[in-house]
Design a protein around this ligand. Structure first.
Ligand SMILES: [Zn+2]
Length: 300
């Protein structure tokens, strides 16, 4: 059985590990980003490769899988779109983070797609949607066991579906996108518009205010309602076996599975009420790395 290195690129650091989809990860760790620049990305990638070489040996790898934020244009293989948190990443090829002289096959995909792929495999289901709740909202679509990219690679951009006409300003520059209501950045931006004291709060700090601050409570409740209304639409349109919620904000408890189920149920026709299971991700913060390794599954 081959061993692959999986790298999951995030705005605050790179998670990585090696293993394969049969036996899981043999090693998992992360490297923090010093800042959000291309140079910091290259330094983090170099650190990952150095650690992997020292602890396992790069020559023993059969390939490197990379999960990245942002939309990938299938016609060019480059990151496209606005990427409000990582402007410098637009137009880049993630494979450039790995030196060509390693001569290893490299595959890459969007991080939410890889989370969905890993969770589909873990749940034994072939038709699922994975939704990541973090600084933005990601969505991966798995149909018949494979990621659905759409005709151009743009499928699953749930976070930028407009849910409120002329609504809250999104990091992408448009108004009323779903993630401007229910993602961490969205909720924080809306709070900061009311008072600057909210502007620099971490998610944990926002959550600790939830019990005592009615404004925080209101905006989180509105986020839940908007997210669940969109989830219900996805269920009606796609009829998946499961919707699986993951991402850092789910781990920290921004929304509970119980609330997601109750609120989504309010928006569903009777026909759809019981068919689609709502679950939280079992792989937690490792799903992206595992999904990156699974990109090589069909080449074994
Ligand atoms: Zn947007």
């Amino acid at each position: 059985m081959h061993t692959y290195l999986g790298i999951d690129i995030g705005g605050s650091g790179f998670k990585y590990g090696w293993g394969n989809s049969q036996s899981g990860l043999q090693y998992f760790s992360s490297v923090a980003l010093k800042n959000k620049t291309m140079e910091a990305f290259q330094a983090a990638a170099a650190e990952v490769l150095k650690e992997t070489d020292q602890r396992f040996g790069l020559s023993r790898l059969a390939g490197i899988g990379i999960g990245t934020p942002g939309t990938i244009d299938l016609s060019t293989g480059l990151i496209t779109g606005v990427n409000p948190n990582l402007h410098f990443w637009t137009g880049k090829d993630p494979r450039e983070l790995v030196p060509a002289d390693l001569q290893l096959p490299i595959r890459f995909d969007n991080d939410a797609n890889l989370m969905a792929l890993a969770e589909a495999k873990a749940s034994g289901k072939k038709n699922i949607l994975g939704i990541t709740v973090g600084s933005g909202i990601g969505c991966g679509i798995v149909i018949n066991g494979a990621v659905h990219h759409g005709a151009h690679g743009f499928a699953g951009e749930l976070g930028h579906v407009c849910v409120v006409e002329n609504g809250a300003k999104c990091n992408c520059g448009r108004l009323g996108c779903l993630e401007s209501y229910c993602s961490v950045d969205g909720i924080r931006n809306r709070l900061a518009e009311q008072h600057p004291r909210y502007a620099d709060l971490t998610l944990s700090q926002v959550l600790s205010l939830r019990a005592s601050d009615p404004l925080v409570q209101d905006y989180i409740r509105e986020g839940l309602k908007q997210l669940c209304a969109s989830v219900a639409r996805l269920i009606v349109v796609c009829d998946p076996e499961a919707i699986i919620f993951g991402g850092g904000a789910m781990d920290l408890g921004l929304y509970s599975l119980q609330d997601l189920k109750a609120e989504t149920g309010k928006n569903l026709p009777e026909l759809n009420l019981t068919g689609t299971e709502l679950k939280t991700a079992v792989h937690g913060n490792r799903a992206g790395v595992l999904g990156a390794i699974m990109l090589f599954e069909d080449s074994n």
